[in-house]
Ligand binder design. Structure first.
Ligand code: Q6M
Ligand code: ZN
Length: 678
């Protein structure tokens, strides 16, 4: 299993710079690279990465995507004087040449390919390349938008050629549309390109009709180009997460890529003068964490834009920290996507319904009554409550943003707990013991009996249960004190252990405990006070207990051969969990589980983004192999194989939709269609 995170940076890429005055291009400065690298060093992240050197991309590699003419023009600029450089630059929209631009652009291509090689060869699991000039606007025969060669597009063609890959996912979270990348792959079904971008109904640069949600790809490439336009500024963390839950991730898991490449622009972050958005740096940790669960963790992050140096640096550090496997910090802000974002999400889902199985039963009836809808949206749009009031009045006030970020990041970065996982040394744990795992001592009986007082005392029949409860308390204490990040225990009665763990956690002071229980929960604690939120994934409705705001019984019987649980995890469980913002997650698997190991692994892998990755898992002690899988995930040793993707049946889609319709006002991250306002 590959491990380690590559970091590729070469100071020479700072030599490319603007020689004359040009208010459009003057934000693309060398300090973008050097200050990001310095920020990584200040958080001691550089030394934790595997250093991989950059190299020059060869002409042959550049010709994988670009025309010979484009290459020759670029090459010829090396010997030009300022006058000539200016003249050549004027042939392009928003691009500038410097005598060292060609050299830097070749280094940017080479650095990107070095990262692909390091990941594909298994030398590292993932990595980041800090490069400039960026790439995603450049086209076969033209430079554009600060980009000369399309680093990410060349990387995808290179990976197909050298490693025989047939499915590559490119995620472009830069705030501008990577039209260059779209043009290059729009007829290619082997490359799925996803981009969100500031659009404002075609007002915002590059102001192209083909940047809208209905540009789905051409010919065989139909369905493999996904555009999510932001028609307002001020989009924030909840909008970005909603886009992942309700558009990108379900598609990505169905596509099942062999490699994921990110066109990682941070101008979609708060403070950026181009993006004018409100998303804070820690959201990039969550986006990165989600993408790490694909392609067996093979993830290459390539820098594109980002023009507010402090915001850029913090977001780069959040990305690298997550690539290294650190716990994911709590995401800030109200978990409620704005109406405009939900409308864009609904439109892109409708546009892609014909191409993706997970959308087969998507309700697109809203397209019929579009007239009334657009009328409503105009009125809905007018009242501010459905739009984000922008936290920072205008992003151009750089110093104000610097101060905001200074304070904001203080409570985000906590010391990484030395030990990742605590366990009780239960059978099967010998397989994954490592320096990341701490064996906790057993608690003595009297102490345990004192803790399991009152309600549950009479339920504790035998010694075995008592001992398992004892070690559970020790683990929960360690998690609370942040001595460990997460823990796992087995139990002869997982239902009892979970119920005791929930009460104990609330008593220990956890204010919001999320419990995901797989199997028959038997005893269901009272969730009236909102200090717990329980999602019980069971085969049949629990005894008369209907779903309410803090208790959901999600009936799910997994299809035999594959894993159809994606739509429940991505379309329901994660949106509810992120809306709830727990500070502890308890995952419990009881007897006669109705989910396959891969479905449970998917759940555990994705839910680690919550509660600063504080998870306590308690597994029925008959489930040895499940226990080992979950333990490996908690240690961070592997990204699980999620088994064969099975699309959800209409009945299951309707069940999720019914729950969504019923609870999307309470848990707003469930929203993915604008109908809520009609
Ligand atoms: C890599 C990147 O996507 O960040 C580059 C953005 C280029 C923006 C050009 N703006 C041109 C405005 C013209 N009125
Ligand atoms: Zn950009």
């Amino acid at each position: 299993m590959a491990s380690g995170t590559a970091l590729i940076y070469d100071e020479e890429m700072t030599t490319h710079k603007l020689l004359w005055s040009d208010p459009i291009c003057d934000i693309e400065v060398p300090e973008r690279l050097s200050s990001s690298y310095e920020q990584l060093r200040s958080y001691h992240l550089v030394e934790r990465c595997v250093h991989v050197p950059a190299r020059e991309g060869s002409e042959e590699e550049i010709l994988l995507v670009h025309s010979l003419e484009h290459l020759e023009v670029a090459k010829s600029t090396q010997t030009m004087n300022e006058e000539e450089l200016k003249r050549v630059s004027e042939n392009y929209d928003a691009f500038f040449f410097h005598p060292s631009t060609y050299r830097c652009a070749r280094l940017a291509v080479g650095a990107t390919l070095q990262l692909v090689d390091a990941v594909m060869s298994g030398k590292v699991r993932n990595g980041m390349a800090l490069v400039r000039p960026p790439g995603h606007h450049s086209q076969r025969n033209a430079a554009n938008g600060f980009c000369l060669f399309n680093n990410v597009a060349i990387a995808a063609e290179y990976a197909k050629l050298k490693y025989g890959l047939q499915r590559i996912l490119i995620v472009d979270w830069d705030v501008h549309h990577g039209q260059g990348t779209q043009y290059i792959f729009e007829e290619d079904p082997s490359v799925l390109y996803f981009s969100w971008h500031r659009y404002e109904h075609q007002e915002f640069w590059p102001s192209l009709k083909e940047s809208d949600y209905d540009a789905v790809g051409l010919g065989k490439g139909k369905g493999f180009n996904i555009n999510l336009p932001w028609n307002k500024v001020g989009m924030g963390n909840s909008d970005y997460l909603a886009a992942f839950f309700h558009v990108l991730l379900p598609t990505a898991f169905e596509f099942d890529p062999e490699l994921v490449i990110v066109s990682s622009g941070y101008d979609s972050g708060i403070g950026d003068p181009e993006g004018q958005m409100n998303a804070t740096p820690e959201v990039f940790a969550h986006l990165t964490h989600f993408l790490m669960q694909l392609a067996n963790g093979k993830l290459c992050v390539i820098l594109e834009g980002g023009y507010h140096l402090k915001s850029l640096g913090e977001s780069v550090c959040m990305t690298v920290k997550t690539l290294l496997g650190d716990p994911v910090p709590q995401v800030s802000g109200e978990m409620a996507p704005c109406l405009s974002a939900v409308e864009s999400i609904q439109n892109v889902r409708a546009a892609h319904k014909p191409y993706w199985k997970w959308l087969a039963y998507e309700d697109t009836s809203f397209l019929q009554n579009l007239s009334t809808k657009s009328h409503f949206l105009k009125t809905a749009n007018s009242n501010p409550s459905t739009e984000h009031e922008s936290k920072i009045t205008n992003n151009n006030d750089t110093v104000k943003v610097d101060r905001f970020l200074e304070l904001h990041m203080k409570n985000i970065l906590f010391p990484v707990p030395p030990i990742k996982t605590a366990t009780t040394g239960c059978e099967g744990s010998e397989h994954f013991l490592s320096e990341h795992v701490q064996l906790v001592k057993e608690m003595d009986k009297t102490e345990v009996e004192a803790l399991v007082s009152g309600f549950y005392a009479d339920l504790v029949k035998d010694n075995k249960t008592l001992l398992s409860l004892g070690s559970m308390f020790v683990i929960l204490d360690k998690i609370l004190k942040k001595e460990v990040c997460n823990g796992i225990a087995t139990s002869p009665t997982a239902a009892l252990s979970a119920a005791v763990a929930l009460r104990h956690s609330v008593r220990l002071g956890f204010q919001r405990v999320l419990c995901v229980f797989v199997g028959d929960m038997q005893m269901i604690p009272n969730t009236e006070d909102g200090k717990m939120l329980i999602i019980n994934i069971c085969e049949k409705e629990q005894s008369g207990k209907t779903s309410c705001k803090h208790y959901f019984s999600l009936n799910w019987k997994e299809d035999a051969e594959g894993n159809d649980f994606f739509s429940a995890v991505l379309g329901f469980i994660l949106p509810v969990a992120y809306s709830y913002q727990p500070n502890l997650t308890v995952i419990a698997v009881g007897p006669n589980r109705n989910l396959g190991i891969s479905g449970i692994s998917l759940l555990v892998a994705l839910i680690q983004g919550l509660a600063e990755s504080r998870i306590f898992a308690v597994i029925e002690d008959t489930e040895i192999s499940l226990m080992q899988n979950v333990a490996k995930l908690l240690v961070g040793a592997s990204t699980p194989a999620f088994g064969i993707y099975v699309p959800p049946t209409q009945e299951k889609v309707n069940r999720i939709k019914a729950l969504r319709d019923q609870f999307q006002q309470e848990w707003k991250m469930l929203q993915c269609s604008g109908d809520i306002f009609i």
